[in-house]
Design a protein around this ligand. Structure first.
Ligand code: GDP
Ligand code: MG
Length: 660
């Protein structure tokens, strides 16, 4: 058996998915994070459940809506679990009505019942179930209440293939007549295409092109349908979309008035509204955002992070020293020992020593997300983003981009229009990903000990600024048109959950450690080999005679105007394409004496700027190619990024050179 989990954003789908499967998917207090569908097996059964992205309706507008619609129509799940936020039951039922029209076995999971009860609300479950014609199970996903009952009901419903009993939501009138007339025309086509006629009818009325294509209507039929719609619009005095929405909301109002005793406006809601008076204030919102982000970076790269990183580095150094002693006592071959100690251990050790900083940064970011502040950032930024030609929804990929470009590029799938998607994909790599943190930390340790937090914050904002400027230019030149408007709901503020924060930190740490021991070890070995041997595979005493040096020297002149025309830095940039952290391990191997000996301060700033902006790693390139679909365009993006990085680094070098 396979079940689809469908519901509005923030209705608790992922929480329920975790409760059902015992898995640990990240639950966000931030709408729109779940992009891909996730599969899991329900504990104690062989049944699969799929967590689909959150949607408010099945109009054919956004990719999430299309994905959900296609999943239900094409994969034909044995049952749909429609999760509803009982605190916002009216709005949630809108999607429910559309699901009922699909005429597949459906069960409603009425979530957040704990909150309804806590705020003195109540819902007549039996009557609700009767009016909607499907089983309704009250649950609390967070408290794991009602979960086993839900599983039992879903299994029975799927086994008996019980189809919703109610699917007609209109009262006699023009809309009713129109639906029946259109339904009559397309009935046979819908049967042939194996889609519910009722669902197809409404989608056709709302001009869902894909459904129309599936139905293979002939010209006469299309004309007849159009005629019916025009007639209905005239009689009703509304366009068809509004008329249908009105019909659905009337039905919902009627159901709710009979079944729901409204909970008081919850304490949490009132508190949230009060907090928002300040945090999303017209003038204060953005300064507050900047203060919060700067404080986080200051704490991370200043007192807390450095303290932890120093301690951790000492531990790593001790371990490396121990291994070296063991190897020496064992009398191992000198070259092998050099490979292990100076190559692998030094490289991986230098990357690993940044682990505490990454954990601390993610500790803060996950708190921002969990408290609900992240969603406010999106809201506040929406107005600004609109001015530079981006949709407010782009903020989601951008914020994820501060973690890693790969999921950020994937998250652009939540954007409703192609134009917004392409712009966002192009700009996301300018958001500084976590893999670059070790590079910044490494350089600031050498050059800007006093101004660490300032340089870090400067880099982050520099990336954002570059994205803004590029966006304005693109908006004028290449991607004309307006971003699609979007609605997003503000979750209540709440205290961050320890579990969720720890989980996110652990995921990031695990990811980082895995990379350190796989990709980065491999890259380190490669760099070490290339720099230890010459082209005849003799061990070289002077690294400048190595294979690596001769390769790097070919590119040196390109980077001379940027102040780091040295094969060692060029090589570091090239290995950075494998994974950004390798820039550090490469430099650690190539410049054992410390980079201050071969680089000026202005050169360091220029190098940092280049690293910030140039093409992210191969994994990100692959993700971009996958989303854009064209190798030529992907090449174009890479060239664009390198050109921007070069130009920006050149300017930074000129300016810094004049002042420092
Ligand atoms: P999704 O966007 O539908 O996947 O929703 P999530 O699973 O990420 O949950 C959204 C928010 O609602 C999270 O902050 C959850 O902790 C919270 N939540 C989920 N289920 C419940 C519930 O039964 N009761 C309460 N009080 N909160 C819940
Ligand atoms: Mg989710």
């Amino acid at each position: 058996m396979i079940y689809a989990l469908v519901g509005n954003q923030n209705s608790g789908k992922t929480t329920l998915f975790n409760a059902l499967t015992g898995s640990n998917q990240h639950v966000g207090n931030f709408p729109g994070i779940t992009v891909d569908q996730k599969y899991g097996v329900i504990k104690g059964t062989n049944d699969q459940v799929v967590d689909l992205p959150g949607i408010y309706s099945i109009r054919p507008y956004s990719s999430e809506e299309i994905l959900t619609r296609d999943f239900i129509i094409n994969n034909n799940p044995d049952a749909i679990i429609n999760i509803i936020d009982a605190m916002n039951i009216e709005r949630n039922l809108y999607l429910t009505l559309q699901l009922l029209e699909l005429r597949k076995p459906t069960v409603i999971a009425l979530n957040m019942m704990d909150e309804v009860k806590a705020n003195n609300g109540s819902i007549n479950i039996e009557l609700l179930s009767e009016l909607l014609g499907v089983p309704v199970v009250p649950i609390s996903a967070v408290k794991e209440e009602g979960i086993s009952e839900l599983v039992r009901v879903v299994e029975t419903t799927a086994k008996n293939r019980s189809i919703p009993k109610v699917y007609d939501f209109c009262k006699p009138g023009p809309v009713h007549r129109c639906i029946h007339a259109v339904s009559h025309i397309i009935e046979d086509h819908a049967d042939a295409a194996k889609i519910s006629a009722r669902f197809a009818t409404l989608q056709v009325i709302l001009d869902d092109q894909q459904i129309k294509n599936l139905l293979k209507l002939n010209d006469n039929e299309v004309e007849a349908i159009r005629h019916n719609i025009v007639e209905m619009e005239n009689e009703r005095g509304l366009d068809c979309e509004a008329a249908i929405a009105d019909m659905r909301y009337r039905f919902i109002e009627d159901v709710c008035s009979k079944t729901v005793l409204k909970p008081k406006k919850s304490k949490e809601r009132t508190r949230s509204i009060n907090i928002d008076r300040i945090l999303t204030h017209r003038y204060l919102a953005i300064p507050i955002f900047i203060v919060i982000i700067t404080t986080i970076f200051w704490l991370t790269f200043g007192p807390i992070g450095t303290y932890l990183a120093d301690g951790f580095s000492a531990v790593i150094e001790n371990i490396i020293a121990m291994i070296e002693t063991v190897l020496t006592n064992y009398g191992i071959n000198q070259v092998v020992k050099a490979l292990i100690v100076d190559g692998i251990l030094a490289g991986v050790g230098s990357v690993l020593s940044f682990l505490p900083i990454i954990i601390v940064l993610f500790f803060f970011l996950s708190i921002l997300e969990d408290t609900g502040y992240m969603a406010r950032i999106a809201f506040v930024m929406d107005k600004l983003l609109r001015k530079i030609g981006l949709s407010g929804k782009s903020i989601v990929p951008f914020l994820i981009g501060f973690g890693c470009t790969v999921p950020a590029v994937m998250a652009t799938r939540t954007l409703p229009s192609h134009r917004d998607r392409k712009m966002t994909i192009l700009l996301v790599p300018f958001m500084s990903c976590t893999a670059k943190i070790p590079i910044y930390a490494f350089f600031t340790d050498y050059f800007f000990v006093e101004y660490k937090a300032l340089v870090m914050t400067g880099l982050y904002f520099g990336g954002i600024l570059t994205a803004v400027i590029s966006s304005v230019i693109f908006n004028k030149l290449a991607f004309k048109g307006n971003p699609v408007p979007f609605v997003m709901e503000m979750p209540n503020y709440r205290l961050p959950s320890v579990k969720s924060v720890i989980l996110l930190m652990w995921e990031k740490a695990k990811d980082f450690i895995q990379r350190a021991f796989t990709i980065i070890v491999a890259a380190t070995i490669l760099v070490w080999v290339l720099q230890s041997f010459d082209s005849r595979f003799n061990v070289v005493d002077d690294a400048s005679l190595s294979i690596l040096a001769s390769l790097g020297k070919m590119l040196e002149s390109l980077f001379r105007p940027l102040g780091f025309g040295d094969y060692r830095f060029v090589t570091a940039l090239v290995t950075g394409l494998i994974a950004k952290e390798t820039v550090v391990s490469t430099l650690e191997i190539l410049v054992p004496a410390g980079i201050t000996s071969v680089l000026t301060t202005a050169g360091a700033l220029s190098f940092l700027t280049f690293t910030l902006l140039y093409t992210p790693c191969f994994a990100a390139i692959a993700a971009i190619k996958r989303e854009i679909g064209s190798a030529v365009k992907t090449m174009g993006i890479i060239i664009f990024q390198i050109a921007v990085a070069w130009a920006a680094a050149f300017m930074v070098y000129l300016v810094a050179g004049a002042f420092i």
